[in-house]
Write a protein that binds this ligand. Structure first.
Ligand SMILES: Cc1cc2nc3c(=O)[nH]c(=O)nc-3n(C[C@H](O)[C@H](O)[C@H](O)COP(=O)(O)O)c2cc1C
Length: 245
């Protein structure tokens, strides 16, 4: 049948149709559940919602559909510009809009306790709620998060916005990382990691000589725990050992 594809088999849906998630509060349980009930993969963009709200959204979707659906989060949802956005800046902007609030008879907004959500807290709630599918955009969750999803039976779908992100996502799916990421994980410089690979100190593989090294993140688990600091070369307590590339 034309509609039976690798995607429909994997996602357990009737048609290879994924409804795009809408972040910013524009998704609705009704639309996502309807798409799922009709055989596609309904999606709910939840990046602005708190961990508690994510649990409620999953519960509401479960009430409306027995078919697979996806919850979508932004992995990198930190806005660097917001770090500079203090109460004084907030009030300056509100002041500009004061006349419009008055015309509409609305109270002026209060400076919020926080702007935006924390992805780590959101994804913890998502894993707890265990929707059938977790789709993500703007980054790739850590190997630990992807592993937790696998063990809870949550399928993961990465939306790639660049070629690099598509490649990294494919690697993450196989639990693989680059040499640079491996070096960072075990706390050595890239050059040291490169020397450790052919010696077998780190397990890795290359598609052919000269190709990029591929390392499985689970093979580095022991390293992270056993990471040693080099002892100083002399008794001088202020001496530091630096790694050079
Ligand atoms: C208002 C709006 C909000 C969106 N929010 C998200 C989002 O939170 N997460 C996501 O992965 N994609 C998001 N997208 C992308 C859509 O899900 C979809 O992939 C994109 O619009 C391409 O599909 P189209 O050609 O049918 O519009 C958003 C798109 C729009 C228009």
């Amino acid at each position: 049948m034309w509609n039976e594809t690798a995607a429909t088999r994997l996602l357990k849906i009737a048609y290879p149709i994924v409804q795009g998630p809408f972040g910013g509060g524009l998704s609705s349980v009704g639309l996502a559940a309807t798409v799922s009930n009709l055989g596609g993969l309904g999606s709910f963009g939840a990046h602005i919602f708190s961990p508690g709200q994510i649990g409620d959204i999953v519960a509401h979707l479960r009430e409306r559909t027995a078919s697979p659906f996806a919850i979508n989060l932004w992995v990198d949802n930190a806005d660097p510009a917001m770090a500079q956005f203090d109460q004084a800046s907030f009030e300056r902007h509100v002041e500009r809009l004061r006349a419009h609030y008055a015309t509409l008879g609305l109270d002026l907004p209060k400076y919020p306790d926080r702007f935006g959500q924390n992805f780590d807290e959101q994804v913890e709630a998502l894993i707890e709620a265990a929707p059938p599918v977790f789709s993500f955009v703007f980054g790739i969750p850590s190997p630990q998060v992807l592993q937790a999803c696998r063990s809870r039976g949550i399928l993961t779908v990465g939306n790639a916005t660049t070629v690099e992100e598509a490649r990294d996502g494919e690697w993450a799916e196989r639990g693989e990382i680059t040499l640079e990421a491996a070096a960072k994980l075990i706390g050595v410089c890239n050059m040291t990691a490169l020397r450790m690979l052919p010696r077998g100190d780190i397990k890795g593989r290359q598609a052919c000589a000269g190709a990029p090294w591929v390392v499985r993140s689970e093979d580095l688990a022991g390293f992270a725990k056993g990471k040693r600091r080099k002892p100083p070369l002399t008794q001088n307590a202020t001496q530091r050992v630096l790694d050079f590339q």
